[in-house]
Design a protein around this ligand. Structure first.
Ligand code: UN1
Length: 503
Protein backbone atom coordinates (compact mmCIF):
# COMPACT_ATOMS: atom_id res chain seq x y z
CA UNK A 1 0.00 0.00 0.00
CA UNK A 2 1.31 3.38 -0.98
CA UNK A 3 2.55 5.76 1.70
CA UNK A 4 2.25 9.42 0.87
CA UNK A 5 3.71 12.67 2.18
CA UNK A 6 2.97 16.37 2.51
CA UNK A 7 4.11 18.72 -0.26
CA UNK A 8 5.89 21.73 1.21
CA UNK A 9 8.19 24.24 -0.51
CA UNK A 10 8.44 22.16 -3.65
CA UNK A 11 9.45 18.98 -1.79
CA UNK A 12 7.68 15.82 -0.67
CA UNK A 13 8.00 15.86 3.11
CA UNK A 14 7.41 12.93 5.47
CA UNK A 15 5.21 13.75 8.45
CA UNK A 16 6.53 13.97 12.02
CA UNK A 17 3.26 12.85 13.58
CA UNK A 18 0.97 9.87 13.23
CA UNK A 19 -0.29 8.42 9.97
CA UNK A 20 -3.86 7.89 8.87
CA UNK A 21 -5.47 5.79 6.17
CA UNK A 22 -7.84 6.65 3.38
CA UNK A 23 -10.53 4.00 3.03
CA UNK A 24 -12.84 3.24 0.09
CA UNK A 25 -16.33 3.81 1.56
CA UNK A 26 -17.88 1.23 -0.80
CA UNK A 27 -15.54 -1.65 0.05
CA UNK A 28 -13.58 -0.82 3.20
CA UNK A 29 -10.35 -1.27 1.22
CA UNK A 30 -7.42 0.93 2.30
CA UNK A 31 -6.31 3.25 -0.50
CA UNK A 32 -3.17 4.72 1.01
CA UNK A 33 -1.45 6.00 4.14
CA UNK A 34 -1.02 9.70 4.76
CA UNK A 35 0.72 11.84 7.38
CA UNK A 36 -1.52 13.52 9.93
CA UNK A 37 -0.32 17.12 9.75
CA UNK A 38 0.95 18.84 12.88
CA UNK A 39 1.02 22.50 13.82
CA UNK A 40 4.76 22.62 13.07
CA UNK A 41 4.18 21.22 9.57
CA UNK A 42 1.44 23.76 8.89
CA UNK A 43 3.73 26.53 10.07
CA UNK A 44 6.50 25.27 7.84
CA UNK A 45 4.14 25.33 4.85
CA UNK A 46 2.91 28.84 5.69
CA UNK A 47 6.52 30.03 6.01
CA UNK A 48 7.32 28.56 2.57
CA UNK A 49 4.25 30.22 1.05
CA UNK A 50 5.19 33.55 2.66
CA UNK A 51 8.72 33.31 1.28
CA UNK A 52 7.44 32.48 -2.23
CA UNK A 53 4.92 35.31 -2.36
CA UNK A 54 7.24 38.13 -3.54
CA UNK A 55 8.48 36.26 -6.59
CA UNK A 56 5.04 34.93 -7.49
CA UNK A 57 3.26 38.29 -7.28
CA UNK A 58 5.99 39.69 -9.54
CA UNK A 59 4.88 37.50 -12.47
CA UNK A 60 2.18 38.68 -14.83
CA UNK A 61 -1.33 37.31 -14.48
CA UNK A 62 -0.83 35.54 -17.78
CA UNK A 63 2.42 33.89 -16.74
CA UNK A 64 0.84 32.69 -13.51
CA UNK A 65 -2.12 31.29 -15.43
CA UNK A 66 0.23 29.21 -17.62
CA UNK A 67 0.75 26.78 -14.72
CA UNK A 68 -3.01 26.39 -14.38
CA UNK A 69 -3.45 25.73 -18.09
CA UNK A 70 -1.18 22.71 -17.74
CA UNK A 71 -3.41 21.39 -15.00
CA UNK A 72 -6.48 22.09 -17.13
CA UNK A 73 -5.15 19.83 -19.89
CA UNK A 74 -4.11 17.12 -17.45
CA UNK A 75 -7.55 17.07 -15.78
CA UNK A 76 -9.15 16.64 -19.21
CA UNK A 77 -6.73 13.98 -20.40
CA UNK A 78 -7.07 11.93 -17.20
CA UNK A 79 -10.84 12.36 -16.91
CA UNK A 80 -11.79 8.69 -16.58
CA UNK A 81 -8.89 7.77 -14.31
CA UNK A 82 -9.42 10.73 -11.98
CA UNK A 83 -13.20 10.22 -11.95
CA UNK A 84 -12.57 6.68 -10.73
CA UNK A 85 -10.22 7.94 -8.02
CA UNK A 86 -12.92 10.36 -6.80
CA UNK A 87 -15.49 7.57 -6.80
CA UNK A 88 -13.20 5.15 -4.99
CA UNK A 89 -12.30 7.64 -2.33
CA UNK A 90 -15.57 9.45 -1.60
CA UNK A 91 -18.11 6.91 -2.83
CA UNK A 92 -20.20 8.96 -5.21
CA UNK A 93 -21.24 7.11 -8.35
CA UNK A 94 -19.01 7.29 -11.38
CA UNK A 95 -20.91 9.91 -13.44
CA UNK A 96 -20.61 12.15 -10.38
CA UNK A 97 -16.96 11.22 -9.84
CA UNK A 98 -16.26 12.28 -13.42
CA UNK A 99 -18.45 15.41 -13.12
CA UNK A 100 -16.31 16.44 -10.14
CA UNK A 101 -13.26 16.40 -12.40
CA UNK A 102 -15.15 18.24 -15.15
CA UNK A 103 -16.23 20.90 -12.66
CA UNK A 104 -12.57 21.22 -11.63
CA UNK A 105 -11.33 21.88 -15.17
CA UNK A 106 -14.19 24.33 -15.74
CA UNK A 107 -13.05 26.31 -12.74
CA UNK A 108 -9.40 26.17 -13.82
CA UNK A 109 -10.48 27.34 -17.27
CA UNK A 110 -12.45 30.22 -15.72
CA UNK A 111 -9.52 31.29 -13.55
CA UNK A 112 -6.79 30.95 -16.16
CA UNK A 113 -8.96 32.55 -18.86
CA UNK A 114 -9.74 35.41 -16.52
CA UNK A 115 -6.03 36.25 -16.46
CA UNK A 116 -6.51 37.84 -19.90
CA UNK A 117 -9.63 39.75 -18.94
CA UNK A 118 -9.64 43.30 -17.57
CA UNK A 119 -9.10 43.52 -13.82
CA UNK A 120 -10.30 46.49 -11.79
CA UNK A 121 -12.15 49.58 -12.97
CA UNK A 122 -11.44 52.93 -14.53
CA UNK A 123 -13.38 55.45 -12.45
CA UNK A 124 -14.23 58.99 -13.59
CA UNK A 125 -12.78 61.90 -11.62
CA UNK A 126 -14.38 65.29 -10.99
CA UNK A 127 -11.10 66.78 -12.14
CA UNK A 128 -10.47 66.29 -15.85
CA UNK A 129 -6.71 66.03 -15.37
CA UNK A 130 -6.97 63.13 -12.94
CA UNK A 131 -7.16 59.45 -13.81
CA UNK A 132 -8.79 57.32 -11.13
CA UNK A 133 -8.78 53.53 -10.94
CA UNK A 134 -9.74 50.66 -8.72
CA UNK A 135 -6.78 48.29 -8.75
CA UNK A 136 -6.27 45.02 -6.88
CA UNK A 137 -3.32 43.56 -5.01
CA UNK A 138 -2.99 39.94 -3.90
CA UNK A 139 -3.39 39.56 -0.13
CA UNK A 140 -0.47 37.14 0.32
CA UNK A 141 -0.86 33.60 1.68
CA UNK A 142 -4.25 31.93 1.42
CA UNK A 143 -5.17 28.92 3.56
CA UNK A 144 -7.67 26.60 1.88
CA UNK A 145 -9.73 23.99 3.74
CA UNK A 146 -11.90 21.81 1.53
CA UNK A 147 -14.52 19.05 2.00
CA UNK A 148 -14.66 15.42 0.90
CA UNK A 149 -17.85 15.56 -1.17
CA UNK A 150 -16.22 17.45 -4.08
CA UNK A 151 -12.61 16.44 -3.50
CA UNK A 152 -11.23 17.69 -6.83
CA UNK A 153 -13.63 20.47 -7.86
CA UNK A 154 -13.79 22.49 -4.64
CA UNK A 155 -10.00 22.67 -4.15
CA UNK A 156 -9.85 24.34 -7.55
CA UNK A 157 -12.73 26.70 -6.66
CA UNK A 158 -10.45 27.89 -3.89
CA UNK A 159 -7.00 27.67 -5.39
CA UNK A 160 -7.24 28.42 -9.12
CA UNK A 161 -8.41 32.04 -8.90
CA UNK A 162 -6.34 32.62 -5.76
CA UNK A 163 -3.10 31.65 -7.51
CA UNK A 164 -3.85 33.58 -10.72
CA UNK A 165 -4.51 36.69 -8.60
CA UNK A 166 -0.94 36.40 -7.27
CA UNK A 167 -1.38 34.74 -3.88
CA UNK A 168 0.40 31.64 -2.65
CA UNK A 169 -1.47 28.73 -1.11
CA UNK A 170 -1.42 26.26 1.77
CA UNK A 171 -4.12 23.64 1.33
CA UNK A 172 -5.54 21.08 3.75
CA UNK A 173 -7.87 18.59 2.05
CA UNK A 174 -10.53 16.67 3.98
CA UNK A 175 -9.17 13.68 5.93
CA UNK A 176 -11.61 11.42 4.04
CA UNK A 177 -10.11 12.27 0.64
CA UNK A 178 -6.34 12.70 0.99
CA UNK A 179 -5.62 10.62 -2.14
CA UNK A 180 -7.40 13.21 -4.31
CA UNK A 181 -5.24 15.79 -2.52
CA UNK A 182 -2.13 13.80 -3.37
CA UNK A 183 -3.05 13.58 -7.07
CA UNK A 184 -3.65 17.34 -7.27
CA UNK A 185 -0.33 18.04 -5.53
CA UNK A 186 1.44 15.77 -8.05
CA UNK A 187 -0.14 17.83 -10.83
CA UNK A 188 1.15 21.09 -9.36
CA UNK A 189 4.59 19.53 -8.91
CA UNK A 190 4.61 18.44 -12.59
CA UNK A 191 3.91 22.00 -13.77
CA UNK A 192 7.18 23.19 -12.21
CA UNK A 193 5.37 25.95 -10.30
CA UNK A 194 7.97 27.84 -8.21
CA UNK A 195 8.72 26.24 -4.83
CA UNK A 196 6.45 27.34 -2.01
CA UNK A 197 3.68 28.77 -4.22
CA UNK A 198 1.51 25.69 -3.70
CA UNK A 199 1.72 23.63 -0.51
CA UNK A 200 -0.28 20.64 0.69
CA UNK A 201 -0.57 19.56 4.31
CA UNK A 202 -2.63 16.44 4.88
CA UNK A 203 -4.50 15.84 8.09
CA UNK A 204 -7.45 16.26 10.39
CA UNK A 205 -9.17 19.13 12.17
CA UNK A 206 -6.11 20.04 14.21
CA UNK A 207 -4.14 20.79 11.02
CA UNK A 208 -7.09 22.85 9.75
CA UNK A 209 -7.28 24.75 13.04
CA UNK A 210 -3.53 25.39 12.94
CA UNK A 211 -3.90 26.77 9.41
CA UNK A 212 -6.72 29.12 10.47
CA UNK A 213 -4.60 30.24 13.42
CA UNK A 214 -1.42 30.73 11.39
CA UNK A 215 -0.14 33.84 9.65
CA UNK A 216 -2.23 33.33 6.51
CA UNK A 217 -3.88 36.46 5.13
CA UNK A 218 -7.13 34.84 4.00
CA UNK A 219 -8.89 31.60 4.94
CA UNK A 220 -11.19 29.94 2.42
CA UNK A 221 -13.37 27.25 3.94
CA UNK A 222 -16.03 24.97 2.45
CA UNK A 223 -17.58 22.44 4.78
CA UNK A 224 -19.92 22.02 7.72
CA UNK A 225 -21.66 24.96 9.39
CA UNK A 226 -20.31 23.87 12.76
CA UNK A 227 -16.66 24.13 11.75
CA UNK A 228 -17.27 27.08 9.40
CA UNK A 229 -18.71 29.25 12.14
CA UNK A 230 -15.82 28.64 14.46
CA UNK A 231 -13.39 29.40 11.60
CA UNK A 232 -15.29 32.59 10.97
CA UNK A 233 -15.17 33.66 14.61
CA UNK A 234 -11.50 32.83 14.95
CA UNK A 235 -10.62 34.90 11.88
CA UNK A 236 -12.86 37.83 12.91
CA UNK A 237 -10.68 38.32 16.01
CA UNK A 238 -7.59 39.04 13.90
CA UNK A 239 -7.48 42.43 12.23
CA UNK A 240 -6.69 42.26 8.53
CA UNK A 241 -7.32 38.53 8.22
CA UNK A 242 -10.04 37.75 5.74
CA UNK A 243 -12.39 34.81 5.40
CA UNK A 244 -14.85 33.37 2.93
CA UNK A 245 -16.89 30.35 4.03
CA UNK A 246 -19.49 28.21 2.32
CA UNK A 247 -21.38 25.95 4.69
CA UNK A 248 -24.33 23.65 4.28
CA UNK A 249 -28.05 24.15 4.04
CA UNK A 250 -31.44 22.70 4.89
CA UNK A 251 -32.58 23.13 1.34
CA UNK A 252 -36.10 22.73 0.01
CA UNK A 253 -38.09 22.40 -3.18
CA UNK A 254 -41.49 24.09 -3.37
CA UNK A 255 -44.00 22.22 -5.55
CA UNK A 256 -47.07 24.37 -6.14
CA UNK A 257 -50.58 23.47 -7.31
CA UNK A 258 -49.47 24.66 -10.77
CA UNK A 259 -46.50 22.26 -10.96
CA UNK A 260 -45.89 19.88 -13.83
CA UNK A 261 -45.52 16.74 -11.72
CA UNK A 262 -43.16 15.03 -14.16
CA UNK A 263 -40.75 17.92 -13.61
CA UNK A 264 -41.45 17.95 -9.86
CA UNK A 265 -40.72 14.27 -9.30
CA UNK A 266 -37.62 14.33 -11.47
CA UNK A 267 -36.25 17.49 -9.78
CA UNK A 268 -36.98 16.11 -6.30
CA UNK A 269 -35.30 12.74 -6.85
CA UNK A 270 -32.20 14.39 -8.28
CA UNK A 271 -32.01 16.95 -5.47
CA UNK A 272 -32.59 14.50 -2.63
CA UNK A 273 -30.67 11.41 -3.71
CA UNK A 274 -27.82 12.43 -6.02
CA UNK A 275 -24.49 12.13 -4.17
CA UNK A 276 -26.52 10.09 -1.62
CA UNK A 277 -27.85 13.40 -0.29
CA UNK A 278 -24.34 14.59 0.54
CA UNK A 279 -24.20 17.86 -1.39
CA UNK A 280 -24.46 21.11 0.56
CA UNK A 281 -27.19 21.89 -1.97
CA UNK A 282 -29.11 18.60 -1.55
CA UNK A 283 -32.79 18.95 -0.68
CA UNK A 284 -34.07 17.42 2.57
CA UNK A 285 -37.50 19.14 2.44
CA UNK A 286 -40.20 18.92 -0.25
CA UNK A 287 -42.94 21.48 0.37
CA UNK A 288 -45.95 20.38 -1.67
CA UNK A 289 -49.34 22.05 -2.26
CA UNK A 290 -52.32 20.13 -0.94
CA UNK A 291 -53.99 19.93 -4.40
CA UNK A 292 -51.13 17.88 -5.84
CA UNK A 293 -49.82 16.34 -2.62
CA UNK A 294 -51.26 12.83 -2.94
CA UNK A 295 -50.23 12.34 -6.54
CA UNK A 296 -46.76 13.77 -5.96
CA UNK A 297 -46.30 11.63 -2.85
CA UNK A 298 -47.28 8.45 -4.66
CA UNK A 299 -44.92 9.08 -7.56
CA UNK A 300 -41.99 10.26 -5.41
CA UNK A 301 -42.32 7.34 -3.01
CA UNK A 302 -42.49 4.89 -5.90
CA UNK A 303 -39.19 6.19 -7.31
CA UNK A 304 -37.52 6.42 -3.89
CA UNK A 305 -38.36 2.73 -3.38
CA UNK A 306 -36.62 1.90 -6.63
CA UNK A 307 -33.54 4.17 -6.98
CA UNK A 308 -30.55 1.95 -7.60
CA UNK A 309 -28.19 1.87 -4.62
CA UNK A 310 -25.00 -0.06 -5.29
CA UNK A 311 -21.42 -0.22 -6.47
CA UNK A 312 -20.54 3.38 -7.35
CA UNK A 313 -18.21 2.24 -10.14
CA UNK A 314 -21.15 0.57 -11.92
CA UNK A 315 -22.70 3.05 -14.38
CA UNK A 316 -26.18 1.64 -13.55
CA UNK A 317 -25.93 2.87 -9.95
CA UNK A 318 -27.76 6.04 -8.90
CA UNK A 319 -26.62 6.19 -5.27
CA UNK A 320 -23.31 5.01 -3.83
CA UNK A 321 -22.45 4.63 -0.14
CA UNK A 322 -22.07 7.55 2.28
CA UNK A 323 -18.58 8.76 3.05
CA UNK A 324 -17.90 7.17 6.41
CA UNK A 325 -19.41 5.65 9.53
CA UNK A 326 -20.09 9.03 11.16
CA UNK A 327 -22.34 9.83 8.18
CA UNK A 328 -24.23 6.54 8.67
CA UNK A 329 -24.73 7.29 12.38
CA UNK A 330 -25.91 10.84 11.80
CA UNK A 331 -28.39 9.66 9.16
CA UNK A 332 -29.91 7.05 11.50
CA UNK A 333 -30.00 9.53 14.38
CA UNK A 334 -32.04 11.98 12.31
CA UNK A 335 -34.31 9.27 10.92
CA UNK A 336 -35.12 8.36 14.54
CA UNK A 337 -35.61 12.00 15.45
CA UNK A 338 -38.08 12.52 12.58
CA UNK A 339 -40.18 9.68 13.97
CA UNK A 340 -39.93 10.93 17.55
CA UNK A 341 -41.09 14.33 16.33
CA UNK A 342 -44.20 12.80 14.77
CA UNK A 343 -43.16 11.94 11.21
CA UNK A 344 -44.87 9.08 9.37
CA UNK A 345 -42.38 6.96 7.50
CA UNK A 346 -43.14 6.49 3.78
CA UNK A 347 -39.92 4.85 2.58
CA UNK A 348 -37.50 3.11 4.88
CA UNK A 349 -34.50 1.75 3.02
CA UNK A 350 -32.20 3.29 5.63
CA UNK A 351 -30.61 -0.10 6.30
CA UNK A 352 -30.19 -2.03 3.09
CA UNK A 353 -31.24 -5.66 2.90
CA UNK A 354 -28.31 -8.03 2.58
CA UNK A 355 -29.26 -8.83 -1.01
CA UNK A 356 -29.02 -5.15 -1.96
CA UNK A 357 -25.36 -4.85 -0.98
CA UNK A 358 -23.17 -5.77 -3.95
CA UNK A 359 -20.77 -8.71 -3.57
CA UNK A 360 -17.43 -7.77 -2.09
CA UNK A 361 -18.89 -4.55 -0.65
CA UNK A 362 -20.03 -5.84 2.73
CA UNK A 363 -17.68 -3.45 4.58
CA UNK A 364 -19.05 -0.36 2.83
CA UNK A 365 -21.04 2.43 4.50
CA UNK A 366 -24.43 1.60 3.01
CA UNK A 367 -27.69 3.44 3.44
CA UNK A 368 -30.74 3.90 1.22
CA UNK A 369 -33.50 6.51 0.92
CA UNK A 370 -35.52 7.45 3.99
CA UNK A 371 -38.70 9.46 3.28
CA UNK A 372 -41.32 10.64 5.77
CA UNK A 373 -44.25 13.06 5.91
CA UNK A 374 -44.77 15.46 8.75
CA UNK A 375 -47.10 18.34 9.64
CA UNK A 376 -45.25 21.60 9.50
CA UNK A 377 -44.40 23.04 12.89
CA UNK A 378 -41.75 25.74 13.32
CA UNK A 379 -40.37 23.93 16.38
CA UNK A 380 -39.39 20.71 14.60
CA UNK A 381 -35.66 20.07 14.62
CA UNK A 382 -35.90 17.49 11.83
CA UNK A 383 -37.08 20.28 9.50
CA UNK A 384 -34.30 22.67 10.49
CA UNK A 385 -31.08 20.71 10.97
CA UNK A 386 -28.93 19.49 8.11
CA UNK A 387 -28.52 15.71 7.91
CA UNK A 388 -26.31 15.39 4.80
CA UNK A 389 -27.85 12.13 3.67
CA UNK A 390 -30.85 10.74 1.73
CA UNK A 391 -33.27 11.83 4.47
CA UNK A 392 -36.31 13.63 3.03
CA UNK A 393 -39.40 15.23 4.59
CA UNK A 394 -42.63 15.78 2.67
CA UNK A 395 -44.48 18.80 4.05
CA UNK A 396 -47.98 19.61 2.79
CA UNK A 397 -49.14 23.23 2.57
CA UNK A 398 -52.39 24.96 1.76
CA UNK A 399 -52.85 28.52 0.51
CA UNK A 400 -50.82 30.66 -1.85
CA UNK A 401 -47.15 30.48 -2.75
CA UNK A 402 -46.28 32.90 0.07
CA UNK A 403 -47.22 30.21 2.56
CA UNK A 404 -44.83 27.78 0.89
CA UNK A 405 -42.10 30.41 0.87
CA UNK A 406 -42.67 31.07 4.57
CA UNK A 407 -42.09 27.39 5.37
CA UNK A 408 -39.17 27.29 2.93
CA UNK A 409 -37.47 30.24 4.67
CA UNK A 410 -38.11 28.99 8.20
CA UNK A 411 -34.64 27.49 8.65
CA UNK A 412 -31.40 28.96 9.93
CA UNK A 413 -29.71 28.22 6.59
CA UNK A 414 -30.10 29.67 3.09
CA UNK A 415 -27.94 27.93 0.50
CA UNK A 416 -30.01 26.45 -2.36
CA UNK A 417 -33.65 25.88 -3.25
CA UNK A 418 -36.08 25.43 -6.11
CA UNK A 419 -39.68 25.98 -7.12
CA UNK A 420 -41.65 23.83 -9.54
CA UNK A 421 -44.59 25.64 -11.15
CA UNK A 422 -46.00 26.51 -14.56
CA UNK A 423 -47.09 29.93 -13.26
CA UNK A 424 -44.41 32.55 -13.81
CA UNK A 425 -45.88 34.75 -11.06
CA UNK A 426 -45.30 32.05 -8.47
CA UNK A 427 -41.82 31.42 -9.84
CA UNK A 428 -40.84 35.07 -9.72
CA UNK A 429 -42.30 35.48 -6.25
CA UNK A 430 -40.07 32.64 -5.07
CA UNK A 431 -37.07 34.09 -6.92
CA UNK A 432 -37.56 37.40 -5.09
CA UNK A 433 -38.48 36.12 -1.63
CA UNK A 434 -36.75 32.76 -1.26
CA UNK A 435 -33.90 33.23 1.22
CA UNK A 436 -31.17 31.35 -0.63
CA UNK A 437 -27.95 32.07 -2.49
CA UNK A 438 -28.71 29.63 -5.34
CA UNK A 439 -32.31 29.43 -6.57
CA UNK A 440 -33.81 27.41 -9.41
CA UNK A 441 -37.11 27.31 -11.29
CA UNK A 442 -38.35 23.99 -12.70
CA UNK A 443 -34.99 22.36 -11.98
CA UNK A 444 -33.29 20.37 -9.25
CA UNK A 445 -31.53 22.57 -6.69
CA UNK A 446 -28.16 20.95 -7.42
CA UNK A 447 -25.69 21.31 -10.25
CA UNK A 448 -24.60 24.97 -10.26
CA UNK A 449 -22.11 25.91 -12.97
CA UNK A 450 -18.75 27.29 -11.89
CA UNK A 451 -19.22 30.82 -13.21
CA UNK A 452 -22.11 31.42 -10.78
CA UNK A 453 -21.44 32.83 -7.33
CA UNK A 454 -21.63 29.78 -5.05
CA UNK A 455 -22.56 30.87 -1.57
CA UNK A 456 -25.51 31.24 0.73
CA UNK A 457 -27.24 33.60 3.12
CA UNK A 458 -27.94 33.29 6.86
CA UNK A 459 -26.04 30.39 8.49
CA UNK A 460 -24.97 29.01 5.09
CA UNK A 461 -22.09 31.32 4.44
CA UNK A 462 -19.95 34.37 4.43
CA UNK A 463 -18.92 35.30 0.91
CA UNK A 464 -18.80 32.80 -1.91
CA UNK A 465 -15.47 30.99 -2.19
CA UNK A 466 -15.66 30.39 -5.95
CA UNK A 467 -15.01 32.15 -9.28
CA UNK A 468 -15.37 35.94 -9.42
CA UNK A 469 -16.43 36.20 -5.77
CA UNK A 470 -13.24 34.60 -4.54
CA UNK A 471 -11.33 37.55 -5.97
CA UNK A 472 -12.84 39.77 -3.24
CA UNK A 473 -11.57 37.44 -0.53
CA UNK A 474 -8.03 37.06 -1.86
CA UNK A 475 -7.24 40.61 -2.98
CA UNK A 476 -7.30 44.08 -1.51
CA UNK A 477 -8.47 47.07 -3.49
CA UNK A 478 -6.51 50.25 -4.06
CA UNK A 479 -8.31 53.39 -5.21
CA UNK A 480 -5.46 54.87 -7.26
CA UNK A 481 -5.55 58.45 -8.55
CA UNK A 482 -2.90 60.01 -10.82
CA UNK A 483 -2.56 63.69 -11.67
CA UNK A 484 -1.75 64.46 -15.31
CA UNK A 485 -1.33 68.22 -14.71
CA UNK A 486 1.32 70.25 -12.91
CA UNK A 487 -1.26 72.02 -10.76
CA UNK A 488 -2.88 70.27 -7.87
CA UNK A 489 -6.63 70.68 -8.14
CA UNK A 490 -8.75 69.04 -5.45
CA UNK A 491 -12.17 67.44 -5.78
CA UNK A 492 -15.23 68.42 -3.72
CA UNK A 493 -14.33 72.13 -4.11
CA UNK A 494 -11.56 71.73 -1.55
CA UNK A 495 -9.16 74.62 -1.84
CA UNK A 496 -5.61 73.76 -2.94
CA UNK A 497 -4.25 77.16 -1.91
CA UNK A 498 -1.49 77.16 0.62
CA UNK A 499 -1.58 80.27 2.71
CA UNK A 500 1.55 81.05 4.62
CA UNK A 501 1.95 83.11 7.71
CA UNK A 502 2.98 86.73 6.97
CA UNK A 503 5.66 88.17 9.25
C1 UN1 B 1 -21.68 21.06 -2.63
O1 UN1 B 1 -22.87 20.82 -2.57
O2 UN1 B 1 -20.98 20.81 -1.65
O3 UN1 B 1 -24.08 22.96 -7.40
C2 UN1 B 1 -21.07 21.60 -3.85
C3 UN1 B 1 -23.65 21.80 -7.30
C4 UN1 B 1 -22.17 21.57 -7.51
C5 UN1 B 1 -21.39 21.91 -6.30
C6 UN1 B 1 -21.95 21.37 -5.03
N1 UN1 B 1 -21.72 22.37 -8.61
O4 UN1 B 1 -24.37 20.85 -7.07
Amino acid sequence: MAEYEHYIDGEWVAGDGEDFESVNPATGETLGTFPRGTEAEVERAVAAATEAFEEWRGLSYIDRAEYLWEIYHELRERHQELGEIVTKECGKEISEGKADVTEAWHMVEWAAGNARHPHGDIVPSEIAAKDAYMRRKPRGVVGCITPWNFPVAIPFWHMAVTLVEGNTVVWKPAEQTPWCGQVIAEMFDDTGIPDGVFNLVQGYGEAGAALVDSDVDTVLFTGSAEVGHSVNQQVAEVPDKNVSCEMGGKNAIVITEEADLDVAVHAAVMSSFKTTGQRCVSSERLIVHTDVYDEFKERFVDLAERVAVGDPLDPETFMGPVADESQVEKFHRYNDLAQTEGGTVLVDRAELDEGEIPDGHEDGHWVGPFVYEIDYDPELRCLKEEVFGPHVALVEYDGDVDRAIEIHNDVPYGLAGAIVSEDYRQINRYRDRGEVGLAYGNLPCIGAEVQLPFGGVKKSGVGAPAAREVIEAVTTRTAWTLNNAKDIVMAQGLSADITTQQD
